[in-house]
Design a protein around this ligand. Structure first.
Ligand code: PNS
Length: 178
């Protein structure tokens, strides 16, 4: 069985991520979406919440699993007996960062291969950070994230209060109506 791991911070999952997950699930027998900590990024959702949101979006696929993990990706790979990492590439700007991570993971465990899938052109501008920013200022996030999780994102941002994402509350209209 050829199993691949699609790792990321997924804070939150976007339509670009979902597109890569669905395409990877056609190429590999099983895909594990691994929600990991990226110490360079400030989180909106905690790991368990991110896992729950992704599960909502992939429940109809029987060869996709979603798991959270706190630690090195290569340790997760060992634990799940996986040897292939799938990553999405959007633009040249992603390349340097992804190249460095792929080489580091291969250095830490030479059995690990990283394969890259080109993003669907219609999602090439999309990132979790831009989704959070649009939602924070009351913009419409329809078509950016799966419909199933729009309300979760809106509620989360509204509930953040003054802790970070929240002094700009989304009031009046639901993003679905904008
Ligand atoms: O979606 P992201 O933020 O680009 O994903 C990055 C992620 C979470 C895959 C990366 O930060 C990661 O692998 N974190 C776990 C720690 C680790 O293994 N780091 C070594 C690679 S440099």
């Amino acid at each position: 069985m050829k199993r691949a791991v699609y790792p990321g911070s997924f804070d939150p999952i976007t339509n670009g991520h979902l597109d890569i997950i669905e395409r990877a699930a056609k190429v590999f027998d099983e895909v594990i979406v691994a929600v990991l900590v990226n110490p360079d990024k400030k989180g909106l959702f905690d790991i368990n919440e991110r896992v729950m949101l992704i599960k909502k979006c992939v429940s109809k696929f029987n060869n996709i699993r979603v798991e959270g993990f706190s630690g090195l990706l290569i340790n997760f790979m060992k634990q799940t007996e996986s040897s292939v990492i799938v990553k999405g590439l959007r633009a040249v700007s992603d390349f340097e960062y992804e190249f460095q991570m792929a080489l580091m993971n291969n250095k830490l465990d030479p059995n690990i291969e990283t394969v890259f899938m080109m993003t669907n052109a219609k999602y090439s501008y999309l990132s979790s950070s831009s989704v959070k920013q649009v939602a924070q200022f009351g913009g419409c996030i329809k078509d950016l994230v799966p419909n199933d999780i729009i309300d979760d994102i809106t509620k989360k941002i509204n509930n953040m209060g003054e802790k970070g994402y929240g002094s700009y509350k989304i009031t009046g209209v639901s993003p679905r109506d904008i």
